[in-house]
Design a protein around this ligand. Structure first.
Ligand code: ZN
Length: 286
């Protein structure tokens, strides 16, 4: 499941291939059930196609787990619009040559000025596409308000510490909440808690200042390390060139329940927290 490092990798891969490109045509699958799931705004395929055709992709950015493509200003003096894509569990976004065979479950194809095609495929269709101004998408309830970016320079250890102290729930649940912190999911929440030596079930507001600071550094460390390794390919994640990442080899606890802790050798425990499988070491994490 793509989290911050995986989405960041895709954004960095696609940016140079897409920036400045005008969209010549928009192809959407004819499968109305699939479109009903992935086109979240506007929901009408014709409206979506019409609003996107002819627009220029100015910039490709990431916000939390969302890929945000800023579009050139519309002819009228309206606010800046963007194409926002969430890869869900199994979504892929990649630039292809038009003669390359279309892979199964390709639902959207955008032909670009360069002659290349941006294609979106998603076997399980948990991904979503949104098109509009930020205010419009928030008002329509399709784009949640997102918390701060964990890697942003503006988010200091003190800011993070204050945020954590204000949450009366398990620290793991807080980390998964995108309105608390944007971009961390199940993999990096467990990894960060392990590096920080904090049990994922501990109540956020009861962590000590030292633990909150350790967690702040741990989150940055696990995310940055994963970006360097081009993300974790644990299900079917591939980058913007169709290649697997290698950070799954660096994971200390995620997916390792029952295996020995890399630090102390104790078998790692698995539990459920916030509806998600959670793995931790009962000796190294307090
Ligand atoms: Zn241990």
């Amino acid at each position: 499941v793509p989290e911050l490092p995986e989405v960041e990798t895709v954004v960095r891969d696609l940016g140079p291939q897409l920036a400045g490109q005008r969209i010549r045509s928009v192809w959407l699958t004819r499968d109305r059930a699939v479109l009903g799931r992935i086109l979240r705004y506007p929901k009408d395929p014709a409206a979506f196609r019409q609003r996107l055709r002819g627009r220029r992709l100015e910039q490709v950015e990431r916000r939390g787990k969302y890929i945000v493509m800023r579009l050139d200003r519309p002819p009228a003096d309206r606010a800046e619009e963007r194409l926002v894509i969430h890869l869900g569990m199994t979504g892929h976004l990649r630039v292809w040559k038009p003669e390359e065979p279309v892979v199964k479950h390709t639902h959207v194809r955008l032909s670009l000025e360069s002659g290349l095609e941006l294609r979106y495929d998603d076997p399980r269709q948990f991904g979503r596409l949104l098109l509009g101004t930020e205010a419009e998408l928030i008002l329509a309830g399709v784009l949640p308000r997102l918390g701060p970016e964990p890697l942003a320079a503006e988010l200091t250890a003190d800011d993070f510490s204050r945020l954590v102290r204000g949450r009366r729930r398990a620290i793991k649940a807080a980390l998964l909440d995108q309105s608390f912190l944007a971009g961390v999911g199940n993999i990096y929440a467990d990894e960060a808690c392990f590096v920080a030596g904090v049990r994922p079930g501990r109540r956020a507001d009861r962590l000590t200042l030292r633990e909150r600071r350790a967690l702040y550094s741990a989150i940055r460390e696990v995310l940055e390390k994963s970006i360097l390794a081009r993300g974790s390919s644990v299900i079917n994640y591939v980058d913007g060139f169709g290649e697997r990442g290698s950070n799954q080899e660096n994971l200390a606890v995620y997916g390792r329940a029952g295996e020995p802790c890399l630090r102390c050798g104790t078998p790692l425990r698995s539990t459920r927290l916030a509806g998600r499988t959670t793995v931790y070491c009962r000796r190294c994490q307090r």
